[in-house]
Design a protein around this ligand. Structure first.
Ligand code: ZN
Length: 367
């Protein structure tokens, strides 16, 4: 999922105006199917690629009846059913991108391609059998200051979301830099960790088509959050991944949410600036509210997303996002993290910065 609390009302309204769901041809041989989501972020895109007598689906919506109906309608509009798919590629393992992958693989026998480590995570978080991942999530939020009753809700939310995805039986792992042929065209796999650890973009150099997934979105800032067992510095990863795609001479970028857009470099710049601002805001909040036990990510999130800290769904994204910024500041040596005997985590201004703003002598390991 990609809903960012900061973008709630205005941008979601704008997105829904431009996008009522359905199918549209983006260019010859490329279609966008937009499916509805029962989340704050109301729509997700999937793309159909055609060529060399093959059909490739990029991302697979969500397995709710309305999203599935829209997906089937979209496929029918281009003249196929799920059984006709030759390949399914998943940009990342979030529910609104993988939802129908299992069902469509079953219908078509098509290989499902995604970044190798991302598929492992998908199996552990979203497969029905593994309960330990769910327990880890609520423990994680409690540790970061979420009240017990809310972290229990988190558990229930994951269990409910598991019913909205069908997991593929088999995944063909992709690697960074690999070249793959989809519906007759060559694409390069670009690993872009940040929004999720194993997120990939696909670059079709031949005609400048860039499949962005949720790495670069046109109107909203993709959710960059810290979650249990993820890479330690998702915001650092994300900013590096923005750099990685900034100079790609894309003619058209196809995002996971919102309309296709042309100015990739410009949008990358805006997203990087947005996070730079948010990093400073986060630091100032810690400075202003610091107590002897430090400030929890939950407290920081409540300030950082004040006014939008209103629903359970918004709060969990807000805490994850605040954590990504807090950890980034720890890696930069500007904050330190402290965990007390009851495993509650608090953040402090790095000691060496309290005085004259001198360079820190002790770097936080970020562990
Ligand atoms: Zn996502």
């Amino acid at each position: 999922m990609s809903a960012l609390p900061s973008d709630a009302a205005g941008q979601h309204a704008a997105a829904s105006q431009e996008n009522e769901g359905g199918v549209e041809q983006v260019q010859p041989g490329v279609w966008r199917i937009t499916v509805p989501l029962p989340f704050a972020l109301r729509w997700a895109n999937a793309y159909v690629l055609r060529g060399a007598g093959e059909w490739c689906l990029v991302d697979a919506g969500l397995a709710t009846p309305p999203a599935e109906a829209m997906m089937l309608q979209g496929l029918a509009a281009v003249g196929i059913t799920p059984a006709d798919l030759s390949t399914i590629v998943l940009t990342h393992g979030h529910p609104d991108h993988i939802g129908l992958a299992g069902r469509f693989q079953e219908a078509s026998g098509a290989p499902v391609l995604m970044f190798g480590p991302e598929s492992e995570r998908m199996f552990s978080v979203w497969a029905q059998q593994d309960m330990s991942a769910i327990a880890a999530v609520s423990d994680f939020y409690r540790k970061h200051g979420m009240p017990a009753e809310e972290s229990a809700q988190e558990r229930a939310a994951i269990a409910a979301t598991r019913r909205l995805v069908t997991i593929p039986q088999q995944v063909t792992p992709l690697e960074e830099g690999q070249e793959i042929r989809l519906a007759g065209k060559l694409y390069r796999v670009i690993w872009t960790p940040g929004h999720s650890d194993g997120h990939i973009c696909l670059w079709r150099e031949e005609d400048g088509l860039f499949i962005a997934g949720d790495h670069v979105l046109p109107r909203i800032s993709p959710n960059i959050g810290l979650y249990p067992n993820c890479r330690p510095d998702p915001l650092g990863d994300y900013l590096a991944s923005l750099e990685k795609v900034r100079d790609i001479p894309a003619r058209l970028a196809l995002p996971g949410h919102g309309a296709p857009f042309s100015d990739l470099a410009g949008r990358v710049q805006e997203l990087a600036a947005h996070h730079a601002e948010r990093v400073e805001e986060t630091y100032q909040i810690v400075r202003a509210t610091e107590s002897s036990i430090g400030v929890s990510a939950y407290q920081v999130a409540a300030r950082l997303f004040a006014g939008r800290f209103d629903s359970f769904q918004n709060r969990r994204f807000a805490v994850g996002e605040a954590l990504a910024h807090l950890e980034y500041l720890c890696f930069a040596g500007r904050l330190v993290r402290f965990e007390d005997a009851r495993q509650r985590v608090g953040y402090h201004i790095a000691l060496t910065l309290r005085g004259q703003g001198a360079a820190p002598l002790v770097r936080n390991s970020g562990e």
